[in-house]
Design a protein around this ligand. Structure first.
Ligand code: PRX
Length: 655
């Protein structure tokens, strides 16, 4: 299995970072525990290194309990509180250090010290309690990147309630799907937000979701639009600022949670039509995110760090909120588009805040590259010392652009591979330690063992593409709630495991290849999931929105690149009598926006007499992907209707 790190980099190698990671080998002082030294210890004891970065109410008895594999339990017997680890523990040594710097869309700026954060988290925790939220209840958040989102999440963690954050760009139906089944006690949303100067309603969407669910729960509404927009609050709806004012000064004791108790739920797109509830456990998740924030992002207390992700996705949970705050960093949180008010915004944010570590996506870097190097060049970016990417493979050209024009050929780049399910980064180079190879995520992190296997689960030699598996459990792994085990087993643990031998391999859903030096290159997903603009969406959910359009009989959604951007492409068959293709095309785009979210707009809607299918009637997505990528079409996969392939290629060429 591929668990060996690479050889030390050659001296003078231009891709070898010059600035060694300060975190490695650092002496242990409060949150700055030894990050990697202990990894010489035997697995799984090596993971105590990660746990030692946290404060525990009660020590754990066992690092790992694998009695009920693959439902592994980490740090069993231990008790801790995640909010206390991200906030309270910093008060003694850095209460006046800025914890959160918010950059609003309209030029607003707000800074919260760790003490401010403590006060507001306590106030919101008290307010939630007052609304009846108890330990193990669920609170749903439907908010853009406003301070109230990380604060609300931490308030939940403080009282042992689970948060369930839903990306604010999702449509009401998608919100309803993500609330259904978690039994939320409270919903937190905002009145609206501005899109390039125009006010967009958010509460309206939240109200529609509640109406669809035929439920009414207490709703907290953040006032984002200001006094010029009067939002009517109904019965059982509360103004966030009003609650904070009422409850400021109250201190809520952090609830000691078992390490194995849920911290939150987040929904992900799997291979079924429904969004899937993913649950992460308090101890392992926090240990994994804190440890990787230290090792991969080299974050120490006081470092200024900016992750451009939306808090509503896992990247925001792990690397805007929990990981960096557990490390005592100063986190920049930016609301809204990076191109508004103009293309200088990202570079102004870095310059103004003295950002040292920047974490973004290859798609964002491609957009920056398209805008041109004059934008970063117009700003002093000398504060930067480390760059990161996540979400999709970064092409060598994009990598070079990032390295040169953003990092000034001085900053290492970490290409981090992980998933909603993995909770924290599992594959990445370590800055200052490992050589960087553009286009390759690097070796598994210490403690992680991965495999590249064929369809029978047999290990493949270097250079041969196969399925990416994880061969040993890791602390921040998915921790399904009772009742979710069955589908979790089917989705992730069945494909390549041998239950009779009690041998468990986690299937990532990705295809990858390992090089001779142990570096892993990710090819892409192998399941019915598309990643558009770094958002992972289930094809089934998209296709349900497309086939809801009158006249559309069948649909397939695939992702492809267009001039560097990932786009969604729709292939659809329509009822024979329908000639109004343009109307259907528009209706498809509208339906996707309405049912999934306005952030997904198909790059093209292609009509075809049939979709390419296997003999068992499954859509052959791989062929459609090759068509949209203009890649060669020779394919050995047996199709029920091979003649459609040439026809589709002709239709596509005409588009
Ligand atoms: O296909 C891989 C891709 O994103 C998927 C996980 O998506 P999600 O759960 O939404 O989490 C995204 C952020 C962690 C993976 O299965 N992916 C993630 N990171 C990389 C990547 N593909 C290539 N390179 C990466 N660095």
């Amino acid at each position: 299995m591929v668990n060996q790190g690479p050889d030390p980099p050659a001296r003078g190698d231009p891709l070898h970072p010059r600035r060694p990671s300060a975190a490695f080998g650092r002496e242990s002082t409060d949150v700055e525990g030894p990050l990697a030294d202990d990894f010489d210890r035997e697995w799984p004891a090596c993971w105590e290194t990660a746990a030692s970065l946290l404060e525990w109410h009660e020590p754990y008895d066992a690092v790992l309990d694998d009695d009920d594999a693959p439902f592994y339990r980490w740090f069993v017997g231990g008790r801790l509180n995640a909010a206390e680890n991200c906030v309270d523990r910093h008060l003694e040594s850095r209460q006046n250090q800025v914890a959160l710097r918010w950059e609003g869309k309209r030029g607003e700026r707000r800074a919260y010290t760790y003490l401010d954060l403590y006060r507001e988290v306590n106030a919101v925790a008290a307010a939630l309690r007052d609304l009846g939220v108890e330990e193990d209840d669920v609170v749903t958040f439907y908010l853009p990147n406003l301070p109230a989102l990380p604060i609300g999440m931490l308030a939940c963690a403080r009282i042992g309630a689970h948060h369930n954050v839903v990306f604010a760009g999702f449509a009401p139906d998608a919100l309803a799907d993500r609330m259904d089944g978690v039994d939320s006690s409270v919903l937190v949303t905002c009145d609206g937000h501005f899109r390039e100067g125009t006010a967009i309603g958010q509460k309206r969407k939240a109200d529609a979701a509640l109406a669809a669910l035929e439920t009414s729960i207490p709703t907290i509404v953040v006032d984002r639009l200001g006094p010029s927009h009067d939002t009517q609050l109904g019965d059982d709806q509360y103004d966030y600022d009003g609650l904070v004012t009422t409850f400021t000064g109250e201190e809520v004791e952090p609830v000691p949670r078992a390490a194995t108790d849920p911290l939150f739920h987040i929904h992900t797109s799997g291979t079924t039509g429904e969004p899937q509830r993913m649950t992460h456990a308090t101890g392992g998740y926090l240990a994994g995110t804190a440890w990787t924030a230290g090792t991969v992002f080299d974050l120490s207390p006081g470092d200024t760090y900016w992750c451009t992700a939306d808090v509503g996705w896992i990247t925001g949970h792990s690397y805007v909120v929990y990981g960096p705050l557990a490390r005592g960093a100063t986190v920049v949180l930016a609301e809204g588009s990076l191109r508004y008010p103009d293309r200088h915004r990202p570079w102004e944010v870095i310059e103004r805040n003295g950002v040292e570590v920047l974490y973004t996506t290859p798609g964002t870097v491609r957009t920056f590259a398209k805008w041109g190097e004059s934008f970063p060049a117009a700003h002093d970016l000398c504060s930067l010392r480390l760059l990161g990417t996540v979400g999709e493979p970064i092409g060598p050209d994009t990598w070079e652009w990032y390295y040169t024009n953003v990092g000034g050929e001085r900053c290492p780049i970490v290409d981090t591979w992980w998933q909603t399910e993995t909770g924290s980064i599992l594959l990445s180079t370590l800055p200052g330690t490992d050589e960087m190879k553009p286009g390759s995520v690097g070796p598994p992190l210490p403690g992680i063992e991965v495999g590249i296997v064929d369809e029978h689960g047999r290990e493949l030699p270097p250079g041969e593409p196969g399925y990416l598996t994880i061969e040993r459990p890791w602390p921040s792994m998915l921790s399904p709630l009772e009742g979710d085990e069955y589908w979790v087993l089917a989705e992730y643990w069945q494909e390549f495991s041998d239950p009779r031998a009690d041998s468990w391999s986690y299937f990532t859903g990705d295809r990858a290849v390992v090089d001779d030096d142990g570096y892993v290159r990710i090819i892409g997903r192998d399941d019915d999931v598309v990643t558009v603009g770094n958002r992972r969406l289930g094809t089934a959910e998209l296709e349900a929105a497309i086939t809801a359009v009158d006249g559309v009989t069948e649909a397939a959604a695939v992702a492809g690149t267009d001039g560097g951007d990932t786009e969604l492409y729709v292939f659809a068959t329509v009822a024979q009598e329908r000639r109004d293709r343009e109307t259907i095309r528009e209706a498809v785009a509208d339906s996707v926006a309405e049912r999934v979210g306005e952030f997904v707009r198909p790059g093209a809607v292609v009509f075809t007499p049939e979709l390419p299918e296997t003999h068992s009637g499954k859509t052959m997505y791989r062929i459609l992907e090759r068509i949209v990528e203009d890649a060669p079409l020779e394919d050995s996969d047996p199709l029920r209707n091979p003649e459609i392939v040439g026809e589709l290629a002709t239709i596509w060429a005409r588009e």
